[in-house]
Structures are given as C-alpha cells and as structure tokens.
Design a protein around this ligand. Structure first.
Ligand SMILES: Cc1ncc(COP(=O)(O)O)c(C=O)c1O
Length: 398
C-alpha cells in the first residue's frame, strides 16, 4: 500500500481533529455548532422547489454562473444596508460562509503573509489561514471586543518592518466561540485604526440575525465610509439550514469581480436549485417568520443554560451571557485543563469543545465553548449537571 505521508503537501502534514464526529444518543451534544432542526424549512423548502420546478423546468438543475443567482444577490445587497448603496455587483454567493473565508484567503494570502485574528476565534477560519501558510497573529478578545490598544501597537510594530497584515478577521457580533459582542465604541476605534494603517477588515456575521436581548449593533460594513475596506460574510446556515450551503460575500465590486475566478476554481458554481429555493423563502416572507421563531427558541435555550449554570455553581468558573448566537464561553477554575475536562465530561455524558482549538498559540487550555443551540432545554440542564459533576471531581485533583 502507498505511504501517503510522503506525498502530502506541506498544508496537509498535520494531524487534524474532526469536531463533527457522531456521538452516541446518550451524550448531550454541546460541542458542535449545530442549529436546532425545528427551525429547518422542511415542507416550505419542498413546496418552493416544486413551484420553482414548475416555473423553470430542468433549467433549475443546470450549471449556473459562479457569482450566483442575481435576484438573491440583490436581496443580500439591499438587506446589508448602511450608508453605502450596495448592488448585486457587490455580492458573490458562496457555498456557505466557510467557503467565503477560503475565497478571501485565496485572493489575499501568499504563504508568509500576515493576518490578524481575535484570540480566541472560529477554528474553521484558523484552519483556512493555516492551510494558506499565513503568519497568524492574535489580539486578545475581551467581553466588548478586540483589545484595541494591543491591536494599534501590533500594527505600529508591523508597519515599521513593512509587514502589515493583509486583513483583520473578526466576528464582531455574537462571536464564535465566546458569545461576546464588540461594542460600538470598539467598532469605531477599530475602523479608525484600520483606516490609519490602511488594513482591510473581514467581518464574519453568521449569527447577527439570531439576537435575544436587543437588535445587533451596526456592522463594520454599515459603519465604514469607504476609508476602510470591509468584506462581509453571511450565511443562511443558521436562519434556514446548513444543508442549503448558501452564504455570501459582500465587498468592493472590483474585489468581487476578481473572486469569481476563484469561486469557479473551487467548485464551478454553487447550486442554482438551492440559491433559488433560498431566494423564494426570502421573498415569500418565510425567512422573516423563521428568524423570529429561531430567536424565541434559542433565547429560551440561552436562558435555560444560564439557569442551569446558576443551579450548578462551580467555584472559580465563570461563563459569558451571550446576547445572541449559539455559544457561551466557560472560563475554568485556575489550574483546570479544558482538554482533560473535555475527556471527563464525555465520560460523564456531555460533549463540549476545549479552548485550544480556538487559538493559534499553543497552551490556551483554560476554557470551554458550550453550544446551547442544539440540545433541548431539559437536555441543557442534564448536560450542565454532568459537566458540573466532572468539574467538581477535577477540582479535587488540582
Ligand atoms: C464564525 C463562523 N463563520 C463561518 C461559519 C460557517 O458557516 P457556513 O455553514 O455558512 O459555512 C460558521 C459556522 O459555524 C461560523 O461559526
């Protein structure tokens, strides 16, 4: 048998973990960022497909242009709002936001180029930047956003050696994995800093529609006035369903026009059938109704998580209270390893994600991401109870 190891490209040399592995039914799934299947548009999607097929016939199943279905691009452009008038030419439809991250990296990153991320950040983005051979620098993320003075200092140092980053990747609203939201003050400060140094911002916004306490703050795209280039990513994975694989990228027309080539290289085109189905669900009012149903459902789960954590207090631990999205960030008591806890928690019957996967640097083993979107409220209580038992056992050993 061939020894594949000696054939792998440099980017494929590491050992990679699979977070989306199948778990036994007895385990409460609070690791992967899965939506609740009750928000998926089952009957409505089938109905939309049937009616589209009656109108368009087999052409619905044909190859399509890589940029994506024009009326949906127009819908995305109108919804993104802001002072800048956007048109369909500012929008490329992607195979989920994940592909958007990869396309941006293909467009902007040569091996060795610098990119700045929040610490912690979305592991899916880290994997993309690593696979493109980027030099990834991290700025600490606080409850109200990136540490802007650290960012400013880092950019000043990089400017001195002519190594300014190609872009800053940020998840400003209902962040994955922490659930934090960048305050308006920090957004404005970030824009000012990026304008001074001429660095683009890539903002990833998969969760901004899923808010619980107050509507989301204006995005960087909305706040920017052309002095900073902002590329924004979005997706229907959380508001309709991940299986559609319909996401989008919004940016300068010239950037989008060039990205089309790389979208073609990546997968020729996304599915016209799914893009048109998504468009139908946007235009016939289903999406808005579904989003408000999703908000209510996930708000109850967020509350169930907060109540369960209050019922099972763990000395020295603290948890974020997300204003939206799917995730909360549990900081562990001093000296407790998240990697060890993850194993013990799994044995106790609950899956959580340990912090190291969300950091570029080694050794950040002090926290867990708790996903509350997937389990039902009663399962959240069970899961937190199991996690607390595992933690209390580990505390004895510290
Ligand atoms: C921050 C962030 N970006 C991108 C994605 C990818 O989403 P999609 O399903 O649209 O590819 C996710 C999914 O969990 C995410 O949390």
């Amino acid at each position: 048998m061939i020894q594949w190891n000696s054939f792998y490209a440099a980017r494929a040399q590491g050992d990679y973990q699979n977070l989306v592995s199948t778990l036994a039914d007895s385990i409460v799934q609070m690791a992967g960022g899965f939506p609740d299947e009750r928000v998926f548009p089952g009957a409505e999607a089938l109905e939309a497909m049937q009616s589209l097929y009656e109108q368009a016939g087999p052409a619905l199943m044909q190859y399509a242009g890589p940029i994506g279905y024009e009326p949906l691009r127009q819908w995305v452009a109108e919804r993104a709002g802001g002072s800048t008038a956007l048109s369909a030419d500012h929008v490329l439809l992607t195979h989920g936001a994940q592909q958007g991250i990869d396309l941006i990296a293909r467009m902007l990153l040569d091996p060795g180029d610098t990119v700045i991320v929040e610490a912690p950040t979305f592991h899916g983005a880290l994997w993309v930047f690593q696979s493109h051979g980027a030099r990834i620098l991290s700025v600490p993320l606080e409850q109200d956003g990136m540490d802007v003075s650290c960012l400013k200092q880092m950019l000043a140092d990089l400017a001195r050696t002519n190594q300014l980053p190609k872009f800053i990747y940020t998840i400003p609203t209902f962040h994955n994995p922490t659930g934090y939201t960048t305050s308006l003050e920090r957004r404005v400060a970030m824009l000012e800093i990026c304008s001074t140094f001429g660095v683009p911002i890539v903002e990833d916004l998969p969760y901004s529609d899923i808010w619980y306490d107050a509507p989301p703050l204006p995005s960087y795209l909305e706040l920017s006035d052309h002095s900073v280039s902002v590329i924004q990513l979005g997706t229907f994975s959380k508001t309709l369903c991940p299986a559609f694989r319909v996401g989008w990228m919004i940016g300068d027309e010239s950037f989008i026009a060039k990205t089309i080539h790389f979208k073609h290289i990546s997968d020729t085109c996304s599915s016209l059938l799914m893009q048109r189905t998504a468009h139908e669900l946007c235009s016939n009012g289903f999406l808005e109704r579904n989003v408000s149903k999703a908000r209510n459902l996930y708000r109850q789960k967020r509350d169930a998580l907060m109540e369960a954590l209050a019922r099972h207090p763990i000395e020295g631990a603290s948890c974020s209270r997300p204003g939206g999205g799917f995730f909360a960030w549990l900081t562990l008591p001093a000296g407790m390893s998240a990697t060890v806890l993850k194993k013990h928690a799994l044995e106790a019957g609950v899956a959580v994600a340990a912090s190291p996967m969300f950091y570029e640097e080694e050794g950040r083993d002090h926290a867990c991401r708790i996903t509350f979107s997937c389990p039902q409220a009663a399962e959240i209580e069970t899961g937190v109870g199991r996690l607390a038992t595992a933690m209390n056992r580990l505390i004895q050993q510290i």
